[in-house]
Design a binder for this molecule. Structure first.
Ligand code: FAD
Ligand code: NAP
Length: 345
């Protein structure tokens, strides 16, 4: 490693040992603006909590580490509140602050690692809720026009683990994102009478019932249940390197789903509003024989086949080769293409 470079092992939750030749911590919107005013066309890599990344090589452009913290209320009525949150704020800390302040809507998204600034990038989702439903607008540095841009939620093309931020780049190689998110504004409910518990997903209702007992179900009960379920099923990146679900659930046409169901009656399928059908990628991977399988320094987590893990001393390239073998076997067995969710560099 060159002496001026920075080791990024602790800055990516897979724990891959790569370095960055230049590293700039960004602790405020002003610092972000100053950086881009001074180096408007310099290539960069935007880093949040590093929990949705596979780093396969050293980063040879400046790493901008988004570390600005804090949030403030911008508007408030009897029913709602508009809160602006700095990009570097830890997502789970914000969810907990919402619960403490009586702001409702994000409770199902408790314990997702990473930063607030990255939450719109893949429209984080869990247990039947997507962050897009609470995002009002976003303030981002527009590297195309060299100025601040305000994006309303409707401008963000939010989709299943997808948004405009995964599609607009300055270069053909798609390494230089157009927008760097500085602040995310959430419109959250204040009035509990308008709030509806979303507990229809998997074990959530049963776990909430156990926690709440005879009491009226609150957002706190839901967050507590989600934290309990997640902690029992997902590996802690501090203990075992991972980036959560490694593959997106494939979405297929209804006719394709029908044929698959006829052949594999137990294949979990979830019909989507637009008529397509979501298939559980974890089931496909398990059926293909990979659940719990270890190959060298990488493997598939034994409690959840959607999660790839790094046992240490391995590389992003090794992980990607393993992932490629999983995709090929799933395709060979089911004719269904699965694709990685994390950003690969
Ligand atoms: P990073 O990994 O640092 O970056 C991810 C991408 O966003 C990169 O392309 C980066 O350049 C870009 N980016 C980061 N910050 C900014 C910014 N300010 N402006 C512009 N671009 C930016 N995801 C879910 O959706 N649901 C889950 O339930 C979930 N559970 C997880 C559980 C575990 C154990 C782990 C390890 C991951 C999980 N994830 C989940 C994935 C991950 O936590 C989320 O995608 C998270 O939003 C990534 O945030 P980050 O700050 O770590 O982003
Ligand atoms: P799970 O509950 O075991 O479910 C397996 C898969 O089936 C999930 O991927 C989920 O799709 C789908 N599913 C289950 N019940 C569903 C329902 N009622 N309606 C629609 N789809 C349903 O999954 P898990 O791994 O324990 O994760 C639980 C939740 O946390 C999921 O929402 C998952 O997306 C989220 N999570 C995401 C990551 C990540 O890195 N992206 C990591 C961990 C957990 P969906 O994924 O589309 O919900």
């Amino acid at each position: 490693m060159n002496p001026s470079s920075i080791d990024l092992t602790a800055f990516n939750t897979f724990g891959f040992a790569v370095s960055a030749s230049q590293y700039v911590p960004v602790r405020s919107a002003r610092e972000l603006q100053n950086y881009f005013k001074a180096a408007p066309d310099a290539p960069c890599f935007v880093l949040g909590g590093g929990s949705n990344l596979v780093l396969t090589r050293d980063i040879d452009v400046t790493v901008l580490h988004m570390l600005a913290q804090g949030f403030a209320v911008y508007e408030e009525s009897d029913s709602h509140v508009l809160v602006g949150v700095q990009a570097g704020h830890v997502w789970h800390d914000f969810v907990m602050s919402c619960l403490n302040n009586g702001w409702l809507g994000l409770e199902n998204l408790a314990l997702i690692p990473g930063s607030v600034g990255a939450s719109p990038v893949q429209n984080i989702g869990a247990y039947g809720v997507e962050v897009k439903d609470c995002i009002s607008k976003i303030k981002a540095w527009d590297r195309l026009h060299h100025k601040w841009a305000w994006l309303a939620a409707a401008d963000c093309a939010f989709g299943y683990r997808d948004s405009v931020f995964k599609h607009q780049f300055l270069d053909d190689a798609r390494t230089q994102p157009r927008y760097v998110i500085s602040k995310v504004f959430f419109k959250l409910l204040k009035d509990p009478a308008l709030w509806q518990a979303k507990i229809g997903y998997g074990d959530v209702a049963a776990c909430v019932a156990q926690i709440a007992g005879d009491a009226v179900v609150t957002a706190q009960h839901i967050a507590q249940a989600i934290i309990q379920i997640r902690s029992s099923k997902l590996p802690d990146p501090q203990v075992l390197g991972n980036a959560g679900s490694f593959f997106k659930n494939p979405i297929v046409a209804a006719q394709v789903a029908q044929k698959l169901k006829a052949q594999y009656s137990t294949m979990p399928m979830y019909p989507q509003a637009d008529g397509t059908v979501k298939i559980a990628a974890g089931w496909l991977i398990e059926q293909a024989g990979f659940k719990g399988l270890r190959e060298g320094a990488v493997g598939v987590y034994d409690k959840q086949a959607l999660v790839l893990v790094h046992y240490g001393q391995g590389s992003g390239l090794e992980l990607m080769a393993f992932a490629q073998r999983i995709c090929a076997k799933v395709f060979e067995q089911f004719g269904v293409q699965i694709a990685p969710e994390p950003i690969v560099y």
